[in-house]
Design a protein around this ligand. Structure first.
Ligand SMILES: Cc1cc2nc3c(=O)[nH]c(=O)nc-3n(C[C@H](O)[C@H](O)[C@H](O)COP(=O)(O)OP(=O)(O)OC[C@H]3O[C@@H](n4cnc5c(N)ncnc54)[C@H](O)[C@@H]3O)c2cc1C
Length: 460
């Protein structure tokens, strides 16, 4: 249930082992968040997706699957701050000249103050704000983290769980970069600062397409088919109700793997989940995303992998130029810039007309000096629901309640990013799919007893 990378990877391993497998995906295409959109020869991901993993099994899995299709792409990113571009990772000289000596001194003195404070009285760390101020000092927090984090999450930093930032500091790339620049001098050795990453020549969505093709030779991938209800008895799922266009039909099965967003999964259970579990499910929120791809009548605009834009006054959060990832992402003589607008489903950004979103984005890109508005030849807007699980302070209580309940099901395997409400990258989603399939195969071979649902997929 769910044809993103997690669901497809599980389906692939099971199909390879000659198990009868069907993957149901509500969208008309596979790939979920790791999809590539094609329009008139222009191609783009839903926010550039680089493949990078430290897990050998996942690395081999993807390399064997994709073969010659994979490119090794050099990484180069910049941060736009205070009307200037900073290298990523920041070089100390770049940062000092860029931010000015006074700001640099303020960052350093604030950092020193926090170190001293910490020595006498360790701080209580609950929120992202607590964590960053504790680790980097207040000046650094105000300069970058506050604006960028609030742009990404749409809530005050005091309401974002410290757990997210502590685990995912590399996600806040500028923080690592600045800390690195000021306090460590060299960026070497930090995994997210890898110089190269893997990328399929025709976009990240090719991984899912290859998985789908392989599953289809032995089982089925059914797109445009939404799982509507899950029927269960004595904590065993017995079947599901599927909807394809106007037709509904029931399927039965032995093992059920779900990468459907966790709150939606809870709500589709029949008989209904207990009231406190349903209530907890209604408390988990996601952050959504609007992608605006702007097609441009020029060979190339930037030489960057990503450009981060923390400042509030610019509507965009991040930009990438797919042609810098692979030449094949745009026709010769043309390119495209893909902007990410972080938002909540139904808010002003989400509800804006496509034409208006394209205009706002083009104006921002022109203001940033990338393009002239008359160079824009076309644009595509894609609304991406549930792009990020929103780890708000206190979310764990709700999450724990849901998980306690779901883990009582003997043949329901909950995996994936939205599925487990965890900030997983592609490699962890793939790993979760592989591991879950392996658990099922071991159960069938009698080497592992059936047990409650399990979250698989390593630490993210
Ligand atoms: C902007 C952005 C940039 C990212 N960049 C990177 C990156 O550079 N590198 C990296 O490793 N990771 C990156 N990621 C993370 C990556 O996208 C995810 O880890 C991965 O795609 C998760 O796969 P999944 O299968 O767990 O979930 P999903 O891709 O969300 O798949 C779940 C699927 O379930 C389907 N579904 C939902 N409800 C139903 C239903 N009722 N019935 C049937 N199907 C249903 C959905 O349509 C979807 O296809 C990025 C994510 C975002 C949002």
């Amino acid at each position: 249930m769910g044809g993103g990378l997690a669901g497809l990877s599980a389906g692939y391993v099971l199909a390879q082992a000659n198990k009868k497998v069907i993957v149901f995906e509500s969208d008309s295409a596979v790939g979920g968040l790791s999809k590539t959109i094609e329009r008139d020869g222009f191609r783009f991901d839903l926010g550039g997706h680089r493949f990078f993993t430290k897990n050998e099994q996942v690395d081999c899995f993807v390399k064997n699957l994709m073969g010659e299709e994979l490119l090794s792409v050099p990484r180069s990113s910049k941060i736009y701050l205070r009307d200037k571009y900073f290298d990523y990772p920041l070089k100390p000289s770049n940062a000092i000249f860029g931010l000015g000596i006074l700001t640099t001194l303020k960052i350093l003195s604030d950092y020193g103050t926090e170190k001293i404070k910490k020595f006498f009285r360790p701080a209580e760390i609950t929120s992202l704000e607590d964590w960053v101020v504790n680790q980097f000092g207040r000046a650094m927090f105000n300069l970058y983290f506050k604006q960028y984090s609030e742009k990404v999450w749409g809530v005050d930093c005091s309401r974002i769980s410290a757990e997210w930032v502590a685990k995912r500091i590399q996600g806040l790339s500028l923080g690592v970069a600045i800390k690195n620049a000021f306090f460590k001098v060299s960026g070497k050795g930090l995994p997210t600062l890898a110089d190269n990453f893997l990328y399929p020549a025709l976009g990240i969505g090719r991984i899912s397409e290859r998985l789908r093709d392989a599953i289809d030779t032995k089982g089925h991938v059914k797109t445009s088919t939404r799982v509507e209800r899950l029927y269960h008895s004595n904590f065993r799922v017995e079947g599901a109700l599927m909807k394809n266009c106007d037709a509904t039909y029931q399927v039965s099965g032995h093992q059920f793997i779900s990468s459907i967003p966790m709150p939606a999964l809870v709500k589709m259970l029949e008989p209904e989940a207990p009231a406190d579990v349903l209530n907890a499910a209604s408390k988990l929120r996601y952050r959504d995303l609007v992608i605006v791809a702007v097609m441009i009548n020029r060979e190339r605009v930037t030489d960057q992998t990503w450009i981060y834009i923390p400042e509030r006054k610019i509507a965009l959060g991040r930009i990438h130029e797919p042609k810098n990832w692979s030449e094949k992402m745009a026709p010769p003589g043309k390119t495209l810039l893909v902007a990410e607008h972080f938002c909540f489903e139904g808010d002003n950004t989400w509800s804006m007309e496509d034409k208006q979103l394209l205009d706002v984005t083009s104006q921002c890109l022109a203001k940033l000096g990338f393009i002239k508005e008359n160079e824009v030849v076309d644009g595509v807007v894609v609304r991406v629901p549930k792009a990020y699980p929103l780890l708000e302070v206190g979310y764990k209580e709700h999450y724990g309640k849901i998980w306690d309940y779901l883990s009582r099901f003997q043949n329901l395997h909950v995996i994936g990013r939205s599925g487990t409400f965890r900030y997983l990258n592609m490699d962890h989603a793939i790993q979760a799919g592989i591991e879950t399939a392996e658990v099922i195969l071991e159960m069938k071979n009698g080497t592992r007893a059936a047990k409650g649902a399990a979250f698989a997929g390593g630490n993210a």
